[in-house]
Design a protein around this ligand. Structure first.
Ligand code: PMP
Length: 392
């Protein structure tokens, strides 16, 4: 039985990590895996998380089961940041549940959409590869359109054309901020155009917010999600704390549902709970509890926001430095200055990417995606020169 299963391809990024680790060159640069790094190349645990974990260790007096909704204190504490302080429940129409990371949240959102009758999802490409895998796994049809133009800007024409082709009852997946892998985000003006169109076409938005605070700032990065929610009757929001709290392996996420009214909200959530129960029963607790302890404590919240500011500032400095290089070889680095978050895509061929690796020790995904935080003030000039050399 089991031996009938075909071999699946190895995860390309994980293979890249191994190749990088095995490379003896001291000036090698890892731009592959998607985690934040300091100017020294580390991915440290946030100070605010360390403090919250200490508090958790001292005060937690039971590890008895929670329900499939997880730690609702965590879920609620996050809401003012995502939906705004004024009315984070939108008049009692938004409620959430904890999920195992942003991945668990996206998975549950798509499963809920499918259970509600959605058959087709529209999405700009390229996107985070797991989006398409989750749609495929759950048997939804994926319709794609170009997310970006060659010049590194949002392809609004492609988006508007796609949404005009969509049928009422289709879903559309939109990245809230820090688009993975392109770094190309909608401007507030573009969200102002997108939100009414999604509503007019009667599409179900699935909003994926995995990098809040890593682009322009916590409030600014929530603009798109809030703008869409003002316009539509219902939506699903997948949230990850794994980047903005540095919790990657602890799998901290939440899914929020906005429904037409409180009665519908309760019904949708009961389906969310049932799906979670059948998939993972309940989410891992530790990371969500640590995030809750931060958000419940003013001093820890200030500390966390400060650490997030430092990350964002560093990435924006790297982007500014790249942008200042203008054109290097055939690559226009200037476009990266307008982009946001951990990632951007360089328009390099497979040969050029391979050459960067073999001749210069620079490791990046086969798509040309680079992790901006893999660059430091110490290696950025070498990187620009090497890109110029292979793409001249
Ligand atoms: N959505 C997007 C767009 C992502 O890039 C990622 C992670 N890289 C996720 C969701 C999932 O995040 P998590 O690690 O919390 O599962």
């Amino acid at each position: 039985m089991l031996s009938n299963l075909p071999q699946q391809p190895a995860d390309a990024l994980l293979a890249l990590i191994k190749l990088h680790n095995d490379d003896p060159r001291t000036d090698k640069i890892d731009l592959g895996v998607g985690v934040y790094r300091t100017g020294q190349g580390d991915t440290p645990v946030f100070g605010a998380i360390k403090a919250a974990e200490k508090k958790l260790l001292e005060t937690q007096n039971s590890k008895a089961y929670l329900g499939p909704e997880g730690d609702m204190g965590f879920v609620h504490a996050l809401m003012p940041y995502v939906f705004g302080k004024d009315d984070p429940t939108m008049g009692g129409r938004i409620e959430g549940m904890q999920a195992p990371g942003g991945t668990g949240a996206v998975r549950l959102a798509v499963a809920l959409a499918k259970k509600a009758g959605v058959q087709r999802v529209w999405m700009g490409v390229p996107s985070w590869p797991n989006h398409a895998q989750i749609f495929g796994d759950l048997g939804l049809e994926l319709k794609t359109f170009n997310h970006a133009t060659k010049a590194g800007r949002v392809d609004m024409d492609a988006l508007v054309t796609a949404l005009n082709l969509a049928e009422p009852g289709d879903a559309v997946l939109l990245h809230g901020c820090c688009h993975n892998p392109t770094g190309i985000d909608y401007t507030p003006e573009q969200w102002d155009q997108i939100a009414p169109l999604v509503a007019e076409k009667k599409l179900l938005p699935i909003l994926d917010l995995a990098y809040q605070g890593l682009g322009q700032g916590m409030e600014e990065d929530a603009y798109g999600v809030r703008r869409v929610l003002r316009e539509v009757p219902e939506a699903l929001i997948a949230y990850s704390c794994d980047k903005n709290f540095g919790m990657y392996r602890d799998r901290v996420g939440a899914i929020y549902v906005m429904a037409e009214d409180a009665a519908a909200l309760g019904r949708v959530l009961s389906n969310g709970h049932a799906l979670a129960r059948a998939a993972w029963s309940m989410p891992p607790d530790h990371g969500g509890a640590a995030v809750r302890l931060i958000l419940e404590d003013e001093a820890l919240t200030a500390m966390w926001l400060d650490e997030l500011d430092t990350m964002r500032t560093r990435m924006n400095q790297v982007r500014a430095r790249l942008a200042a290089a203008g054109t290097a070889g055939s690559v226009d680095f200037a476009a990266l200055g307008h982009q946001a978050g951990l990632f951007s895509i360089l328009p390099l061929s497979a040969d050029q990417i391979l050459k960067l690796r073999s001749d210069h020790g620079i490791y990046m995904a086969g798509s040309g995606r680079i992790n901006i935080a893999g660059l430091t003030m110490g290696n950025i000039d070498k990187f620009i020169a090497d890109v110029a050399a292979v793409s001249a």
